[in-house]
Each structure stands twice: as C-alpha cells, then as structure tokens.
Ligand binder design. Structure first.
Ligand code: VG1
Ligand code: CO
Length: 635
C-alpha cells in the first residue's frame, strides 16, 4: 500500500548533605568550591555579591548570617533569601502549551527568573508554600542551568520540596503522573516539546497544576500580567544541586529529592495495561516492533519499559539516548521529521509496528508496515477497542473528547458506544476539567497527541502501549505461522464499521506575522458576512464561525480558537495560527471530509481532499497574504 494518508515535506555538583544543625539555628554550610554557582554566576545572579566568611583548600563555609553588600537578606531558618532587583520583560505570554522562545532569549539576564517569579506571584501562597513541586525536562540544551535557577527561586519563595528527575530528565506525562502520585502541588517541565533544541534553537517551560494538568488560562493570564509589573526575584542562596545522583539533599526547611524519572510512571503503566499480554506479542518470533525516541526524553523510558519489562529486542529502540540538541533532529514525530522511522516502516519487509514520540514524550506517531495511522484515527480506534484490550478501561470509557480541529472519527465512536462526547479548543489544558469531573476517559488531538485520564497530559508511550495492546489482543489466539492481524487490518476494519474521515493538516511555518494576522482578520470578516446555504464551489455552507468554548465544568469561556467553515455534507475547513512557535507565525489549515463508502477508503488522503484543499487556499487567499506557494509540512 502506498503512503496512506499523508505525503511528505514539500519544501523542511555535587550531592552534598548540608550539615544542618538539628535545632535549625545559624548553621554552617560546607560547600565544595566548584559547586558555588554564584562564584561563576549565570546571568540571573550576576548582580549579587557574596561574602565568604572562611574557606579551606577545597571548600567554602558560609554562615547563614553572613551579609551581602548589594541585596536584602532575610532569614528563613537556615535559608538565606535574596531579593534580586529586576525589570519587566516584554513578550512573556504563555502560548498553547507553556512559554517557548529561542534559547538565546531565555538566556538573557533574568528572563527565566522573571517568569518563574511571576508564576509564584500568581499562585495563592497555600498552593506552594511548604509544598512539593516536581521538576522535569526533556534534556535539551539550557536545561541544566535552568534547573538550578528554578530550584533556587522555588526555595526563595518558600516551596518545601522539589522532586526532580535524575539529570533533570522527566517526560511531560511522567511529571503529570508524579504530581498525582506524590500529591504534589504542581510541577515544571523544561521543554519546548517538539521544537528543535540546541544553542540556536528553542527552549521552553510548562507549568502543571496539582491534578497534573497544564495550568489553565486563568493562571497563565495572571502570570503574564505579573511579568509586566515584576520588580524583584526571590532566590535562596543554595549551591547548585547535583542532579546526577538519586537521593535527598536538605537545605534547612527546603529539600531537593532527585528521583528516578521512570519508576512512578512505569508503575502506572503496569496498572493501566496488561503487560503480560503485550509481552506475549513482543516475544513472538513473527512480530517485529521498532520505537524511535528521536534522541528525546523517551530515550530514558524506552529501554526500561519496552525492552526490560516487555521483552522487546534491544535493537528495536533507535535514537534511544536523550541529547541536548536531539542529534540535530527536529523531535516531532510526524511523516516529515521522523523520516528515518517512516523509511524503515515503508519497506515491504518492514516491522509490524513502528512508533515515535516527541521532545518531551507527550506526542506519538503510530505506523504499521507501509501504513500511517493518522492521530485522529488513532484516538478513535483506541477508544473503540479500549474496553476489551486495556484493563484500565474494563468497565468502558466514561466519555470521549477531541480538540476542535481533530477529525470527527472519534465522534462516531462516541455515538456508537453511546458515550458523552466533548469538543474543546486546541491544547491539552482543556481536557483536564472534564477528567477531574469524571466525564472523560479518552481524548486526543490531530497533532499526534493521545491520552486518557490516567494522567492529565497527552502521553506518547501510553499511546504506543495502547496500540500494542490492541494488536496483542487481536492476535492472542493466533498460532505461530498464522497470519497476524496488522495495524492496517485494524484501521481498515474500523473504517468499514464507522466510515472514514479523511483528514489532512497543512502547516506554513515561520510566515511573516503581519501577513498571517491579516489573513486571519480577513477570514473573520468573511465569516461575519457568511450565512448558511452559501455556495462554495460544489459545497454548501452549513455555518462558519470562530470557535468559542465554554467549559462545562467551571463555565470559563475562551473565544477565537479557530475559524471554521463547516459544509452541509460534514466537510470542514479550519484555519488557526499556532501558539507554540518561537519565531514569526505558523498558519495551520485543517481539512476533513467524511467518506462512508468502503470502496473509496483506500484512496490517498491528498487525492480525496484535493477539492477542499483548493477551496481552503482560495477562501483564505493564503498565497496573497503570506506569499507562500507550498506548505512546509503536510500531515
Ligand atoms: C500544537 C498543537 C496542539 C498541541 C500543542 C502542544 O499547538 O497543534 O494540538 O496541544 O502544540 O503540544 P499549536 O498552537 O502550535 O497549534 V506539545 O507536544 O508541543 O506540548
Ligand atoms: Co510535546
């Protein structure tokens, strides 16, 4: 079978237990000299000076009472808190998922510090004072420095404990899992997710709340507001924490625990899935599996989970070592950027199941031999098969949900299974309330995000385990030598039952912001003048709007979440600007058309959708506004 649904790119320290006096009074810290970051300061602390009261050949002792010449010091038992003067910095508005900028921007003096302090200024004190926060990251360039800054500011603001992944590594889904398991108040993830990393590329930070979900807009809006009025950063005087050794280090009332990033997460996965069922599949001599960690965070998870626990061949993991620049790659698991995996899977003798995940491990791509599963189909198929193949769902999912631009394949499953169904704006933060309210179990986005209420983030490895469970369940009675039911068989059967929602997304990356914004304004104008029944070529308009969402749980409302043209046959064209880029504007066009006729299900999606794609380009005057002839990525 040819490339099924998409075509390819058309254009691109030291662990030191401090000697804490048991009565918490005037302790003496003995700090090896090279661990004192402030002697060789990162920009945030460059305006601080410290007095060393005494030192020996290899260590410096600082008494908690030692004064600083340029900053205020307050005593918090043994912790000295410095108030670092700062000024507001423009542009620190959180996007679809966290704050993302070029590394060089984040490395500017106080840039990260301002945002972290603004965050603490935005939270009610009871949400973090003496509380526990988790710190994870995808291992990208600048995470080491950033981790130390975040730890010092958290301590400076009265946080009780930071739980940090070894070497600062912990995937986004694992942070969500750890927050929930350890009843933490929240957590930080140092990642720009699928954006490339390295000195010339992107850095980012996400903040998740106590249920493990990305901070809602009510909080991120407050943080932004506070970045515009910030005047000081509270920072504790502690040495850089050694993140390379597991264990707890106490600094008076504050402590840092370096934890194994995999343990809690793996335990959760073992509770969600039937590991012996998956293991029986992976051990079959007639089944081959490959997983591409893209030199990103799941490199730390792939071997312990797929190989050590589930019996996969060690050779089945590729790019399994997290690297600061993702091996010069773009850690986005799609047909363009995970090209090596696509090439392996599109060989007629390729493996049976292939998968990849992104920078921070929350996205996934699922491939069969010579077959690509669109994320929109993937979530629908997982939902349709969850009850029989995944123990966590043995009483059936409570409800299903997708982001607005994601195809309607999931809607059809919800209808057939008679389940509550929700359509939310783009971004995982909109699923959390529904999950907390017990209304939602399985959800997904077209952007390679799939997950469930086992945590409050999308979860790449979960999606891979879900697919392995489905394939294992379908083949559990097949004897060696019998033909196995493949990924493409499962998808084709699903289409035969539910019909196929052809879907494609066109991305025009790094356009000039001005042209892209004008195009959106123009489209809003078109929407305001449109009415049901308007003819667009052979399509008749049902309605056009700019998507608004009112959260059924807390009643919060968000508007302008994407311009929709919905036609009477159910076809849709959607336009949005990305909220995760770090430069210029990325225009996304989403195109969808339903096809009930089985005989037409194996048409290439680009062919099936050509009339709608042409219509989208003409409605939007995209070429005129952006000057772009071709998209950078087609999914
Ligand atoms: C993109 C995706 C969206 C996803 C978000 C975060 O946002 O479209 O579905 O939730 O990335 O994913 P945008 O605004 O660029 O379209 V991740 O893995 O980057 O945290
Ligand atoms: Co991600």
């Amino acid at each position: 079978m040819a490339l099924n649904t998409a075509s390819l790119r058309t254009s691109s320290v030291l662990s030191r237990k401090f000697k804490n006096s048991s009565n918490n009074v005037s302790p003496t810290f003995s700090i090896p000299i090279k661990s004192l970051s402030f002697l060789n300061p990162v920009p945030l602390f460059s305006n601080l000076s410290f007095k060393q009261t005494s030192h020996s050949s290899s260590s410096v002792s600082i008494k908690a009472s030692s004064p600083s010449s340029s900053t205020t010091i307050t005593e918090s038992q043994e912790l000295k808190i410095f108030y670092v003067p700062t000024k507001p910095i423009e542009g620190q508005k959180t996007g679809t998922s966290g704050l993302r900028k070029k590394v060089k921007v984040f490395m500017q003096e106080n840039y990260l510090g301002n945002w972290i302090q603004a965050l603490f200024n935005s939270l009610p004190p009871e949400d973090y004072k003496k509380g526990v926060l988790v710190l994870g990251g995808d291992g990208r360039y600048f995470n080491r420095e950033a981790a130390q800054i975040i730890i010092k500011i958290a301590a400076g603001n009265g946080v009780g404990k930071i739980l940090v992944g070894k070497d600062g590594i912990m995937s986004t889904p694992a942070v969500s899992a750890v927050i929930r398991k350890r009843n933490a108040n929240g957590g930080f993830i140092m990642s720009a997710s699928h954006n490339p990393g390295g000195p010339e590329y992107d850095w980012g930070i996400k903040f998740n709340y106590s249920s493990g979900q990305p901070a809602p807009e009510s909080i991120t809006d407050k943080i932004y507001g506070n970045t515009l009025s910030i005047s000081e950063i509270k920072m504790a005087e502690i040495p850089d924490v050694d993140l390379s050794n597991l264990g707890v280090t106490n600094y008076g009332t504050f402590s840092v625990e370096v934890v194994d990033p995999v343990g809690d997460y793996l335990e959760l996965m073992e509770n969600v899935f039937d590991f012996s069922l998956i293991r029986s599949l992976l051990l079959r001599p007639d089944f081959r599996f490959v997983f591409d960690a893209m030199h990103a965070v799941t490199g730390a998870y792939a071997k312990p989970i797929f190989v050590d626990k589930l019996g996969a061949n060690p050779d089945s993991i590729s790019n399994g070592v997290p690297l600061e620049d993702f091996g010069h790659g773009h850690p986005d698991p799609n047909l363009t950027y995970a090209k090596d995996l696509v090439n392996i899977m599109f060989d007629e003798n390729g493996p049976d199941v292939g998968a990849a995940s992104d920078g921070d491990g929350d996205r996934n791509m699922i491939l069969g031999r010579e077959f690509f599963v669109t994320p929109s189909d993937s979530v629908a198929i997982i939902a349709a098969n969850a009850q029989e193949a995944i123990p966590y769902f043995k009483t059936g999912p409570k409800g299903l949900a997708r982001s607005m631009p994601t195809s309607g394949a999931l809607d059809r499953v919800a209808q057939k299974l008679d389940l509550p169904f929700y359509e939310v704006p783009t971004g995982w933060k909109f699923f959390g309330n529904l999950m907390d309210a017990g209304k939602l179990s399985i959800c997904g986005e077209e952007s390679f995000g799939t997950g469930s209420d086992h945590i409050r983030e999308k979860d790449g490895i979960w999606a891979v385990l879900a697919w392995l469970s489905i394939i294992a369940f379908r083949n559990k009675d097949r004897k060696p030598g019998e033909k196995l039911i493949s990924i493409s068989d499962v998808v084709n059967q699903h289409w035969a039952t539910y019909g196929r929602n052809f879907f494609s997304r066109y991305d025009y990356e790094e356009c000039e912001s001005e042209g892209a914004n004008k195009m959106i304004e123009y489209l809003r104008d078109v929407v305001s003048k449109s009415k049901g029944g308007d003819k667009y070529g052979s399509y008749a308009l049902q309605f056009a709007d700019d998507f608004n969402y009112s959260d059924p749980v807390d009643g919060s409302v968000v508007s302008k979440q994407g311009i929709r043209f919905v036609f009477t046959d159910g076809s849709r064209i959607i336009f949005r600007l990305s909220g995760t880029g770090s430069a210029g504007a990325t225009v996304r066009i989403y195109i969808e058309q339903f096809e009930p006729d089985v005989s037409k299900h194996n048409v290439d999606a680009q062919t099936a959708l050509k009339p709608l794609i042409d219509l989208a380009l003409s409605i939007s005057k995209l070429k005129e506004f952006t000057g772009r002839e071709e998209p950078t990525v087609i999914t």
